[in-house]
Ligand binder design. Sequence first.
Ligand code: NAD
Length: 465
Amino acid sequence: MTDTKHADLIVIGAGPGGYAAAFRAADLGRSVILVDGRSTLGGVCLNEGCIPSKALLHAARVIHEAAHIGTWGVALGKPKVDLDALRQRKDAIVSQLTGGLAQLARRRKVELVSGRAALAGGDELAITDANGDIRRWTFGQAIIATGSSPVQLPGWPTDSRIWDSTAALELRSLPRPLAIVGGGIIGLEMATIYSALGSAVTVIELADQVAPGAEPEAAALVRAALEARNCVVHTGTRVTGIKAGSKSVALACEGGFTGTVEADAVIQAVGRRASASAIAAEKAGIEIRSDGTIPVDARCRTSRPNIFAVGDITGGPMLAHRATHQGKVAAEVACGHAAAFDTTFIPSVAYTDPELAWVGPTTAQLKVAGVAHKVARFPWAASGRNLASGGGDGLTMIAYAPENGRVLGVTIVGTGAGELLAEAGLALEMGATLTDLALTVHAHPTLSETVAFAAERALGTLTDL
Ligand code: NAD
């Protein structure tokens, strides 16, 4: 144990929530300590989540396009996958970005401390470094941004062939039969990557549709695209047992599919869980929910006025962009500014092929809330740009209020849907109506036109269908 040090403001966790909080507070003139157990900044998102998966998903998309272009008169031949080269490119992108973050931290004079932090009562932390040495810190204010980790299904054995998303992104091998348990965002993205690289993928999903939180008709298009690439998708199916044999891993399934799925490897993608007890939040007297998350108010304050929490540790949706926005709010409030976080319109994107993106309540959520609504749809089969670019099925859906046409929620499924969704987010934030979308001149031919076309269709002014 070494001498106790003091931090004016300490941020625990250097993922998108934590580093955004630390950098914003430093920009507002605070002296900031940023602690993380990893040797690089960026948390799960940058090191083993959002960014590396996008590097692989882009490769998957190119493989898919290369296969199609043969039918348009340009033969490129069968792609040869070099796993080592793919992995190196992915790792190089991650290194470039983590190195960039370290530079940004230096420029702001944010002091980085490497080690695992745990609250030690009152306004005190114990940080254990890689050598096991513990240093105590007292703090004026703290921001907890410790994220979440993958859920492990109970009773599953430890076996090198059973992967979580981190292991799956390491590209250890290309299992021929690959089973993915969970058809949520991670499961679908992994199915997109591994099926393009050559694995025979089976997805097993408990709910009646893949991407259970999304509009069913949009999720169905993603499922159909995976099936067209020879992925097998079982919905309404529970894995009731697992046996790691010498030759394969066998999953016993019941429900929509009853039988056994044998695979060379299995990816578990059944959600993520936050754990406030992992940093002993209870020792500081912070209120913790039964699911391990920390409740915060709109200013990201925990039940202790000088301790804030942001990102996955505060509950869902567990998304990097939510964490970043909360991080900035926490930093601003900690610095005495008036700021608050509004969770109403947080976009969700599955970077599958086609991408599935939505913002605002879905029609199912509007129904539950008893909100009167109608839905405007524009099928991408009628989009010249989509056809010319070889895009597959797609759909733009706008839920709107029947009385005044106010946009309530938008779902887009199709190539680049995640990028197109930004217009919908802005429309929701600004309280836009169908007329606002329809009268905004969208460049032709673009996929963004599908947003205006859906609005025009509902208004009866569409001439493209
Ligand atoms: P998820 O909640 O999106 O999906 C988990 C899926 O597993 C659900 O569809 C659920 O019904 C299913 N499931 C649960 N138990 C099961 C069982 N026993 N058998 C079969 N299916 C089962 O979680 P995820 O895909 O693991 O992702 C974790 C978190 O990370 C989510 O919050 C997600 O939003 C986030 N994430 C986001 C992105 C992105 O924004 N593109 C990418 C990756 C992860």
